[in-house]
Design a binder for this molecule. Structure first.
Ligand code: BT5
Length: 262
C-alpha cells in the first residue's frame, strides 16, 4: 500500500515520484519489480519506516524493528553511463549518504567504509545495496538508515543509530540532501564519459573514505582472505590493498572489509 508523500516535502521537491509504503518486505525488491513493469522516472523513490524483510548483500539480512529506521530505494536511469563505470554508482551513493548524514551529525566522526557503508565512530549507521532492474534498464539503490533505533534494538554490536548518537534524524532533509548529491555526482560522471577522476567523484569518495590508511582484512568472493593496508582507490573504484612488504597493491572490486584498527 502507498500513501501520499506529503510528509516529505523536501524529498518531493527533488524526486519526481515519491511513494511511501506503510510497511513492506523490501523497498528494493518492490522497486526492482515495479520499475520493470512500469515507467518510473529517474530519481523515483520508494520508502518506508517499517521494512520487514530487508536485504543485505550476498543474501544477508538487513534488520530494523518497525519505526526504528528508514528504508529508501531510488531508481536511477543511467543508460548513458558506460558499462565499465557502473561500479561507481554504489560508491557515489555511499559518498552522497555520508555527506547527508554528516550534515546532521556535525559533531561526530562520520565516514565511508569502502564501498558503501556509512560509519559513525566506526559503527554502521547505514548500509547500501545496488541492484539492477529485471530488464537491466535501470539501477535501484537502496539505503537503510538507522534513525530512532534504541540501543537495545541494534541488531548487531557493530551498529549505531541517530538515536544512539543522541540525535533526531530529519528524514526528509536526509533524503533530499542525499538525492541532490547522488544525482549531481552521476550527472557529472556521465558528462565526463564515465571518468570518475575527471568528474571529481574519485576525489569526493577518497575525501570521505575512512578505510584509507587503515589495516584491513578483506574476505574475497572466492573465499580467500587478503590482509594489508588500504592505500588507495583506483580509477575503477577498486580498493587498493597493499600487503606487508609488497611493492604493488592488490585491487579489490568486491569483498567484505573489516577495519582491523581504529
Ligand atoms: C548492507 O548489506 O549493508 C546493505 C543494506 C541495504 C538495506 C537497504 S534498506 C532499503 C533497501 N531494501 C532492502 O531490502 N535493502 C536495502 P551488507 O553489507 O551485506 O550488511 C549486512 C550486515 O549488516 C548483516 O549481516 C549484519 O551484520 C549487519 N546489519 C544488519 N542489520 C543492520 C542494521 N540495521 N544496522 C547495522 N548493521 C546491520
Amino acid at each position: 500500500m502507498t500513501i501520499p508523500a506529503n510528509g516529505y516535502p523536501l524529498t518531493a521537491a527533488v524526486s519526481p515520484r515519491v511513494q511511501v509504503a506503510e510497511h513492506t518486505g523490501s523497498t528494493n525488491a518492490d522497486l526492482v519489480v515495479a520499475a520493470s513493469a512500469e515507467e518510473y522516472p529517474h530519481l523515483s523513490v520508494l520508502l518506508t519506516t517499517d521494512q520487514r524483510s530487508g536485504r543485505g548483500r550476498l543474501d544477508r539480512r538487513w534488520e530494523t524493528p518497525p519505526g526504528s529506521a528508514l528504508a529508501v530505494s531510488v531508481l536511477l536511469r543511467v543508460g548513458e553511463l558506460p558499462l565499465d563505470a557502473r561500479g561507481w554508482i554504489p560508491l557515489a551513493a555511499g559518498w552522497a549518504m555520508t555527506e547527508a548524514i554528516r550534515a546532521q551529525l556535525t559533531d561526530q566522526d562520520v565516514a565511508l567504509k569502502w564501498p558503501n557503508d556509512v560509519l559513525v565512530g566506526g559503527r554502521k549507521i547505514c548500509g547500501i545495496l545496488a541492484e539492477a532492474t529485471l530488464d537491466f534498464a535501470a539501477v535501484v539503490v537502496g539505503s537503510g538508515i538507522n534513525t530512532a533505533m534504541a540501543p537495545e534494538q541494534l541488531p548487531v554490536e557493530t551498529a549505531t543509530s541517530f538515536a544512539v548518537e543522541g540525535e533526531v534524524c530529519d528524514e526528509d532533509r536526509l533524503m533530499a540532501d542525499y538525492l541532490v548529491r547522488l544525482d549531481r555526482a552521476l550527472t557529472a560522471l556521465i558528462a565526463a564519459g564515465g571518468d570518475a577522476v575527471a568528474s571529481g567523484l574519485h576525489a569526493d569518495v577518497v575525501g570521505v573514505c575512512g578505510t584509507l590508511g587503515r589495516a584491513v582484512r578483506v574476505s574475497l568472493p572466492d573465499g580467500s582472505v587478503l590482509e594489508g593496508t588500504a592505500t588507495g582507490i583506483d580509477a575503477e573504484g577498486r580498493l587498493q590493498v597493499t600487503r606487508a612488504g609488497a611493492a604493488e597493491p592488490a585491487a579489490v572490486s568486491a569483498g567484505d572489509i573489516v577495519h582491523l584498527r581504529f
